[in-house]
Design a protein. Structure first.
Lengths: 114, 113
């Protein structure tokens, strides 16, 4: 069975500050991990994905995430927050045998203060 | 390419009414999915279709039916709507392997009174 836990339903940062959104996963098979972003009143858009090629994954809009097997984590970071980063972020996991189905975390809403 | 399209964008129903949410993709994907999104709950899978002609239940299938009409289209039907089905519904598609990302439609906001 697979599951995802996102720590913190709301995170608030100042513009220019580091963004850190936490994701921990549980998986009995090697996982594939994804971060999606949802802007208000829109669908989800892929930010980045981990498919075992490299543990540090770079995505769009300056975001990156590091896969740490020992910590079962896949935290999302961005060195300097921009107002346009305000959105909800979802971590998701899939794995061999899942037929491509994703298990989503409950989401973290990021606010960026001027 | 339009990607994943959904109709309608908004809908208000009375309890007991029925309706069908439509979804189409133009990316030649094998797999299609229906999710519902509720505040604080993330996305929960209702039904999915791994390939044309097959459908399977997800985490929350009760009260819903689906049809994979062809490779492009995957519809979700509420036979007798209930207030608990008030939600935002998203359709998604993917290549179908475990490392393929899913592409999402813009969503349908449904209110059941």
């Amino acid at each position: 069975a697979q599951s995802v836990t996102q720590l913190g339903s709301h995170v608030s940062v100042s513009e220019g500050a580091l963004v850190l959104l936490r994701c921990n996963y549980s998986s009995s098979v090697p996982p594939y991990l994804f971060w999606y972003v949802q802007y208000p009143n829109q669908g989800l858009q892929l930010l980045l994905k981990y498919t075992s090629a490299a543990t540090l994954v770079k995505g769009i809009n300056g975001f990156e995430a590091e896969f740490k097997k020992s910590e079962t984590s896949f935290h999302l970071t961005k060195p300097s927050a921009h107002m346009s980063d305000a959105a909800e972020y979802f971590c998701a996991v899939s794995g061999r045998g899942s037929q491509g189905n994703l298990i989503f975390g409950k989401g973290t809403k990021l606010s960026v203060k001027p | 390419n339009a990607g994943v399209t959904q109709t309608p964008k908004f809908q208000v129903l009375k309890t007991g009414q029925s309706m069908t949410l439509q979804c189409a993709q133009d990316m030649n994907h094998n797999s299609m999915y229906w999710y519902r999104q509720d505040p604080g709950m993330g996305l929960r899978l209702i039904y999915y279709s791994a390939s044309e002609g097959t459908t399977d239940k997800g985490e929350v299938p009760n009260g819903y039916n689906v049809s994979r009409l062809n490779k492009r289209e995957f519809s979700l039907r509420l036979e007798s709507a209930a207030p608990s089905q008030t939600s935002v519904y998203f359709c998604a598609s993917s290549g179908g392997t475990t490392y393929n990302e899913q592409f999402f439609g813009p969503g349908t906001r449904l209110t059941v009174l």
